[in-house]
Design a protein around this ligand. Structure first.
Ligand SMILES: *[C@@H]1O[C@H](CO)[C@@H](O)[C@H](O)[C@H]1NC(C)=O
Ligand SMILES: *[C@@H]1O[C@H](CO)[C@@H](O)[C@H](O)[C@H]1NC(C)=O
Ligand SMILES: *[C@@H]1O[C@H](CO)[C@@H](O)[C@H](O)[C@H]1NC(C)=O
Ligand SMILES: *[C@@H]1O[C@H](CO)[C@@H](O)[C@H](O)[C@H]1NC(C)=O
Ligand SMILES: *[C@@H]1O[C@H](CO)[C@@H](O)[C@H](O)[C@H]1NC(C)=O
Ligand SMILES: *[C@@H]1O[C@H](CO)[C@@H](O)[C@H](O)[C@H]1NC(C)=O
Ligand SMILES: *[C@@H]1O[C@H](CO)[C@@H](O)[C@H](O)[C@H]1NC(C)=O
Length: 506
């Protein structure tokens, strides 16, 4: 009997404890058993909720409408290790984040913070990770970072209108991970990365960056991963990178301006293992020696770039170490220059992990080969086609003041380059309206004058040969119907002066 009563008391105590636990979770929030994790995401909260249990170690109040961080609420959370207030409307931080003696992670992404009070982190003496991306910071908050200079290992300043200055990070002696993505500077001033002795990960995906900050990176002696996506870098050549033998991973995806990888483009990264240039639509030229000087490449990602052709020995320098190769969704032209590629791919598919189903011919001389995977095309079908002008606007008569488009279409593989020779001079068609096995160039003549009268020749040229065809444009004066007043003659004279000749990119 006594035993039973004892058990009943115990059950009762347990029940009360559970009720107490349940009661201690703030309204609208979700608390995991034990009240160490409190989640209050997306509840339209305009301030930190009251009644957060003191035992909380992880508090998440993301995607709400907080405008401030109430220091009095934070003060009552002595066990807090991780605090997330991302995606709120916080404009101002308190002068001090009080009592955060054990705080390890602080995440304030996606708010409107323009400055951090100098003493804000003075009690967060163990802070390890600080996420500040997507705010309005105009400079690196050095004063505030001083308090955590020895403990901070991760700092994310991405997507702030920040201007980085020399020495900004020099106090962060243990920083391992630095993100500066979306920062609008065109370069990193000399000295910016000084002192980052422990840095292993750096993200400089800055949209206006025009070259790899060579001198800056040279001092990063333990860097392992370099990310430079969405930059304005247009080419990489020998010497673009400093010698960085510790770097294992280079990510340059979405390099929207990148056109060329020249010889020894990555040669400073002697031990790089993973290299990615995915989704770089203008990347159409990879010089034969682009990957020379690399001793450890295991994975190469060139998916969704602008590659029409590759050269024979491109992958030779990395052949021994390569394991994974992505080449899919490039506009390959399966012409005679790519015969080697057809052959090589048949062996490569047995040697490397390849996305071979996605490696297709966008241009080919046989219609059956179009959109077909390269592996399915007989080697003898990789053939070139001598250029031929197949379509040209016929000889025509026009009236002054009219406008007109002259169209020239040519077949050929590889794509011929088209040039218009006109009475006004020569014009390169800078971009083409691609057809299955050829190109087109349209010449737009606006406000036609007697100067436009004459012969127009369209020349199609490639390494396979040349073809041309001409037409004649005869310009007649505008008919003046029914005794038009003299101001129409003035108008015609004005039009004579405003000859506009341009090539329309189709
Ligand atoms: C939160 O802010 C958004 C945008 O300012 C607003 O549309 C929404 O009504 C606010 N919600 C609450 C609960 O205040
Ligand atoms: C905050 O800490 C810095 C140094 O870490 C110190 O210079 C400053 O006086 C402190 N501020 C306050 C209010 O304690
Ligand atoms: C290859 O060429 C032959 C003609 O020589 C043609 O019949 C065949 O359809 C072509 N196949 C492909 C996939 O291009
Ligand atoms: C090849 O694929 C492209 C894109 O998927 C498509 O627009 C085109 O019509 C296809 N061409 C042929 C000949 O199937
Ligand atoms: C056309 O382009 C070629 C090669 O890009 C160049 O050599 C030539 O000078 C250009 N001609 C004109 C008229 O711009
Ligand atoms: C235009 O082309 C025609 C026929 O090719 C030729 O007879 C004529 O001389 C050319 N005119 C000029 C101005 O070059
Ligand atoms: C090619 O040019 C024509 C005429 O300007 C235009 O209507 C058409 O959209 C263009 N096609 C492509 C694929 O750009």
């Amino acid at each position: 009997m006594e035993d039973m009563a004892g058990r009943r008391v115990l059950m009762c105590v347990c029940f009360l404890a559970m009720v107490a636990g349940a009661l201690s979770c703030p309204e609208l929030c979700f608390c995991l058993p034990g009240d160490k994790t409190v989640l209050c995401d997306s509840k339209g909260l305009t301030s930190l909720p009251n009644g957060i249990p003191e035992s909380v170690t992880l508090l998440r109040v993301t995607n709400n409408n907080l405008t401030v961080l109430d220091p009095d609420v934070v003060r009552r959370l002595p066990n807090l290790l991780a605090f997330y207030v991302d995606d709120n409307q916080i404009r101002q931080l308190p002068n001090l984040l009080p009592g955060a003696a054990n705080l390890n992670t602080l995440s304030i992404r996606g708010n409107y913070i323009s400055s951090i009070p100098p003493a804000f982190l003075n009690e967060s003496i163990t802070l390890n990770r600080l996420y500040l991306s997507g705010n309005q910071l105009s400079r690196v908050p050095i004063d505030a970072l001083r308090a955590v200079r020895e403990t901070l290992t991760i700092l994310d300043l991405s997507d702030n209108p920040v201007v980085v200055k020399p020495g900004d990070f020099s106090i962060l002696i243990n920083l391992k991970f630095l993100k500066l993505a979306g920062v609008s500077q065109t370069f990193l001033p000399e000295g910016t990365l000084n002192g980052l002795e422990a840095l292993t990960y750096l993200d400089i995906s800055m949209p206006n960056l025009r070259s790899i900050p060579k001198t800056e990176l040279a001092g990063l002696r333990v860097l392992q991963e370099l990310v430079a996506e969405r930059t304005s870098i247009s080419a990489l050549s020998d010497g673009s990178f400093p010698r960085l033998p510790t770097v294992r991973r280079l990510k340059m995806d979405n390099s929207v301006k990148l056109r060329a990888l020249n010889d020894r483009a990555l040669s400073g990264l002697v031990n790089v293992e993973t290299v990615t240039f995915r989704n770089s639509p203008l990347l159409s030229f990879i010089e034969e020696g682009a990957f020379s000087g690399l001793a450890a490449v295991r994975e190469l990602d060139l998916r969704s770039c602008g590659l029409m052709a590759l050269q024979d020995r491109t992958f030779l320098p990395v052949a021994r170490t390569l394991e994974v190769l992505y080449l899919g969704r490039n506009p390959f032209s399966c012409d005679c220059r790519m015969k080697w590629f057809g052959r090589w791919l048949q062996q490569a598919v047995a040697t490397y992990a390849l996305d071979s189903e996605e490696i297709v011919c966008e241009r080919a001389s046989y219609p059956e080969a179009l959109n077909s995977t390269v592996l399915n095309i007989p080697i003898s079908n990789f053939s070139c086609v001598v250029p031929t002008v197949v379509d040209l606007t016929p000889t025509t008569t026009v009236l002054t003041g009219d406008s007109m488009e002259l169209v020239c279409r040519a077949d050929g593989l590889p794509d011929p380059v088209l040039v218009w020779n006109t009475p006004q001079g020569s014009f390169n068609a800078t971009s083409f309206n691609l057809t299955a096995t050829g190109v087109a160039a349209t010449l737009y003549l606006g406000d036609i004058s007697p100067d436009n009268d004459g012969n127009y020749t369209c020349i199609a040229r490639s390494d396979q040969g040349k073809s041309q065809n001409s037409m004649t444009l005869t310009v007649l004066p505008q008919q003046i119907v029914g005794g038009a007043p003299s101001n129409s003659i003035v108008a015609v004279a004005t039009l004579y002066c405003a000859v506009i000749l341009a090539i329309l990119v189709m």
